[in-house]
Ligand binder design. Structure first.
Ligand SMILES: Nc1ncnc2c1ncn2[C@@H]1O[C@H](COP(=O)(O)OP(=O)(O)OP(=O)(O)O)[C@@H](O)[C@H]1O
Ligand SMILES: [Mg+2]
Length: 305
């Protein structure tokens, strides 16, 4: 299935350009092919789920989309805020000896070394949370949210040393943003506690708050319900809807909790062994023999019969 075919499966309509277009993504780790020609789209203002059995390649997709890995091949484009960003290109290329005799390649690589990198992905409007929570455990809750905003802060050394009016305004805005998201995530009372001391469910919400502080257009949530009890999962599902409906962010969700996935996603992409085996609405996915076979570990024909 190519990206164009998939684009027509979106929830918003055929004419709406996708917010994220993943086209022919391949990721190799030495001899391991973690992703093999993966293509799908995420429509603006949708909740799209990426599901599949353990080791299918879901987190690797997130790592490529958010700039933690540079995909071996393929295109990743983000169409947000009237701007198209090539999420793979902004990461730049590694220097190679051959560059030193090719001034154009050398210049390009030097440019990206100086101005490119994974923070460009965040600036373009993509944020994420992690499968295994990654907070600064020894910093307070509010400090975690301030650190996350460094990409938007005024970091000019002279203005910082002189503590100019503009610099202080930028600091104040960061603090206001942090407290806004603490309020939305119901974490205000925890603002000055160490992040590592929070109960597990609150740490998960703090990770979402941290991602939202960077003002993303697309938030990628990697198993946000893992380890939560049914009540917390229900609250999380309301929260994800609220992020999309009230805070106008598009959600790409990896989750093993099928109840949650089926109830909140409009579009589902299924990966197995690094390949897209199906995509469609929850109803279509629920009854897809290939999907059932992937989860049950049998052949699709056996499921049908
Ligand atoms: N940095 C890496 N080096 C080598 N292999 C890797 C690396 N990252 C991922 N892989 C391999 O890629 C495959 C996909 O892993 P990935 O973590 O993306 O799966 P997943 O679908 O997120 O699984 P889970 O549901 O268990 O989180 C696995 O075989 C994994 O071992
Ligand atoms: Mg994973």
């Amino acid at each position: 299935m190519n990206a164009e075919t998939l684009a027509t499966n979106g929830v918003v309509g055929e004419s709406t350009p996708a917010l994220l277009n993943v086209d022919g993504l391949t990721m190799r780790f030495g001899g391991i092919i973690a992703l093999n020609n993966v293509s799908f789209t995420v429509q603006p203002h949708s909740i799209t789920a990426l599901i599949g059995p353990n080791g299918a390649g879901k987190t690797t997709v997130f790592n490529c989309v958010t700039g933690f890995y540079k995909a071996t091949e393929g295109k990743l484009s983000l169409n947000a805020g009237g701007k198209q960003t090539d999420l793979r290109k902004v990461l730049g290329e590694r220097f190679q000896w051959s560059d030193y005799v090719n001034p154009k390649a050398f210049g390009e690589r030097l440019y990206y070394k100086a101005f490119g990198g994974s923070h460009r992905v965040a600036l373009a409007g993509v944020a994420r949370t992690f499968q295994n929570i990654r907070l600064f455990r020894e910093l307070t809750v509010v400090e975690n949210l301030l650190v996350a905003q460094h990409i938007h802060l005024d970091r000019n050394l002279i203005r910082g040393t002189l503590r100019t009016k503009g610099y202080r305004a930028s600091e104040r805005k960061a603090l206001e943003t942090a407290y806004h998201w603490l309020d939305v995530m119901n974490l205000t009372e925890d603002a000055n506690r160490l992040a590592g001391e929070l109960p597990y469910g609150n740490q998960r919400r703090l990770e979402i708050a941290r991602a939202m502080c960077t003002e993303p257009k697309l938030i990628c949530l990697d198993e946000p319900a893992a380890g939560l009890n049914p009540r917390e999962t229900e609250d999380l599902s309301k929260l994800i809807r609220k992020l999309r409906d009230e805070h106008k962010v598009t959600v790409l969700l990896i989750e093993h909790d099928m109840g949650l996935v089926m109830s909140i996603s409009e579009h589902i992409v299924v990966l197995d062994y690094g390949q897209v085996i199906a995509c469609g609405s929850p109803k279509e996915i629920e009854t897809n023999p290939k999907v059932l076979a992937a989860y049950l570990g049998t052949e699709a024909e056996e499921v049908v019969s």
